[in-house]
Ligand binder design. Structure first.
Ligand code: AGP
Length: 609
């Protein structure tokens, strides 16, 4: 996610803003910038790369002004570059933005028709133009922003400066955090608490749909209809590190809870619901090209490989396209049967995993088309791809992949629908149903997260187990694998995932009263069979934990513990089933005193073979 900082007070804004942006570096970014207003003149300095580049620029060309805004950018629309860095300026207006403007394409078309010239590839610049044209017609600064917010759709934290009005900043929020800090004769605005702690612990959080006017004297908050809102000041007691985790004990838990936002941001702006289509801005595939696809070769490592196993079901059942899945470390040493009608689809959070990246040379040699799903704009894997579908999970700090995984599944789902629509396998009516289900997904995840208390208790009960077995069937079998990987990589307890139907072919010999067996049992076509599997385990004294979505029969299931999830659609159930497994691994590791965010021997991105 991007970082936003604003200042109005009696001190020079630029140095303060730069320091505050440094406190947001943990969020990850690829460029940065600051704007300051002095004597009716706006100065903007922007630099690609790390803050030291911006700092060097400021040393060379200092900025004056005691009102300013700053930004660290995590690119979502438009590659990392100085030109795409924020702040963006249009006329008298300067803006910094965190989030995604869903309807930016239609707004950009309208502005272009009005003769607007754009200087960046970003969705954010559009907002500056929309406010600037209103202010240029004499509309009050605050009113111009209020009217603009009624035109845009999406997630945003927006902070504006107006060259003609050095007395105030305007800030607006929808789905993306922003907080106002009250100092002594000075005011601060930031995306996150850590940026404020050097100056104040008195904060007021904006809520969705709200807008605030911030002046030297304080702030006024209004709702979407312009009604003033009283928002009492809160006193922050966190220390700086706790503040970076948003009050969560670890980044992993913060990122587990960030999933509803991350999933919504990943499909936001890509669903053309009316005609049941999916807009994939960075994947240009003609209908003819899609109809010719003979096979999709999914290649990834670790958790991303588990996402690919689910992707196989999605491409074959939704788009009718054969798919096969390989570990990157295996694919690179075999001779896959590929040709110009093949697609290589790499899935990678970091976009830098060497074993996955190696697949591109093989695909190129066989003239296959190369696509990728990635969380980091312009990373090595997207740069070597013909097309890319970016997840909008935001930076994932914890080594254990959580929101990256579920947003990868969301991206695979979007791609399967897009391909199915293009090759004619998926009719508009069915596609609208799948897209409606997708829009429900953040709600289902919110509901699944409510199991946290029960999962923490279960973790305490299973804490001293030395081995775990995770069982799943069909599209949920990969989730059993993912649950096992989550546990072993952060708690160092051995675990393995298995297809439930395979128990009788060996693993059932492992069953005893000390072995927890976690069974994924959604009410799907495998349900009866899975229940009979778990009875086999139960009858041999195994400690069965069942995760189901069928509240009715949950009570009748013979098990050590039953966790009941909300009923989701078939193809999105794997994502919902993942949530309790992430939390189970987290709490077992925490209760076991492990370094959850930085487990031993592991790196966030394995850039070597
Ligand atoms: C999963 O929790 C691990 N962090 C690891 O398996 C990871 O998924 C794998 O290394 C692939 O990384 P990538 O998605 O960045 O390519």
């Amino acid at each position: 996610m991007c970082g936003i900082v604003g200042y109005i007070g009696h001190r020079q804004a630029a140095p303060l803003i730069l320091e505050s942006l440094r406190k947001l570096e943990y969020r990850g970014y690829d460029s940065a910038g600051i704007a300051a207003l002095h004597d009716g003149q706006v100065t903007v300095r922007r630099a690609e790369g790390k803050l030291k580049n911006l700092s060097t620029m400021l040393l060379r060309e200092p900025m004056t002004g005691s009102i300013g805004i700053g930004h660290t950018r995590w690119a979502t629309h438009g590659r990392p570059s100085e030109n795409n860095a924020h702040p963006h300026r249009a006329g008298d207006i300067v803006v910094v933005h965190n989030g995604i403007i869903e309807n930016y394409l239609e707004l950009k078309r309208q502005l272009l028709k009005r003769g607007t010239h754009f200087s960046s590839e970003t969705d954010s610049e559009i907002v500056a133009h929309l406010v600037a044209e209103k202010v240029a017609k004499g509309v009050d600064f605050l009113a111009a922003v209020q009217r603009t917010l009624r035109e845009i759709r999406g997630s945003y934290a927006l902070l504006f400066l107006n060259r003609r009005d050095p007395t105030r900043m305007i800030v607006a929020k929808n789905s993306t955090p922003i907080v106002i800090g009250s100092g002594e004769g000075e005011m601060f605005i930031a995306s996150d608490i850590p940026a404020l702690l050097d100056h104040t612990r008195k904060v007021a959080f904006l809520e969705d749909g709200e807008i605030a006017e911030v002046t030297l004297g304080g702030y006024r908050i209004f709702d979407g209809k312009g009604k003033p809102i009283k928002r009492p000041v809160k006193q922050i007691t966190w220390d700086a590190v706790a503040a970076q985790k948003g009050g969560y004990a670890h980044f992993m838990l913060k990122e587990i809870h960030d999933q509803p936002r991350a999933l919504a941001d990943t499909f936001r702006g890509r669903i053309a619901f009316k005609d049941g289509n999916v807009a994939l801005e960075d994947i240009k595939l003609t209908v003819n090209a899609v109809k010719q696809i003979k096979r999709i070769h999914l290649v990834a490592c670790g958790t991303a490989w588990h996402a690919c196993l689910v992707g196989k079901f999605l491409f074959e059942e939704i788009a009718g396209i054969p798919a096969e899945v390989d570990y990157g470390s295996e694919f690179r040493y075999r001779s896959p049967l590929m040709d110009p009608k093949s697609i290589l689809l790499m899935v990678s959070q970091s976009g830098e995993t060497a074993d996955t990246l190696a697949a591109t040379d093989i695909a190129r040699a066989k003239k296959a088309k190369i696509l990728s799903i990635c969380n980091v704009i312009d990373a090595s894997i997207p740069r070597k791809s013909d097309g890319v579908l970016y997840t909008h999970a935001g930076p994932e700090i914890s080594v254990a992949s959580t929101k990256a995984f579920t947003t990868q599944l969301t991206a695979l789902y979007l791609l399967a629908v897009a391909l199915g629509r293009k090759n004619g396998k998926l009719k508009a009516l069915e596609a609208r149903k799948l897209l409606r289900d997708l829009m429900h997904l953040p709600h289902w995840i919110e509901e699944a997260l409510k199991l946290e208390g029960e999962v923490k208790t279960l973790a305490r009960d299973l804490l001293h187990s030395r081995d775990f077995l995770y069982l799943g069937r069909g599209i949920n079998y990969p989730i059993a694998l993912e649950g096992a990987l989550k546990l072993k990589e952060i708690s160092y307890i051995h675990a393995e995932g298995y297809p439930a139907g395979e128990m009788k072919h060996g693993p059932i010999a492992l069953i005893d009263e000390k072995l927890p067996v976690v069974v994924l049992a959604p009410r799907d076509r495998y349900f009866e069979k899975t229940i009979s599997n778990l009875k086999e385990v139960e009858s041999r004294g195994g400690k069965v934990v069942v995760i189901t979505d069928d509240a009715k029969t949950a009570a009748e299931i013979p098990a050590f513990r039953v966790l009941t999830l909300p009923k989701a659609s078939h193809y999105l159930t794997p994502i919902v089933m993942t949530i309790p497994l992430q939390m189970l691994a987290y709490y077992i590791a925490v209760l076991g005193g492990k370094d959850v965010d930085q487990p031993r021997n592991l790196a966030k991105s394995v850039t070597v073979e």
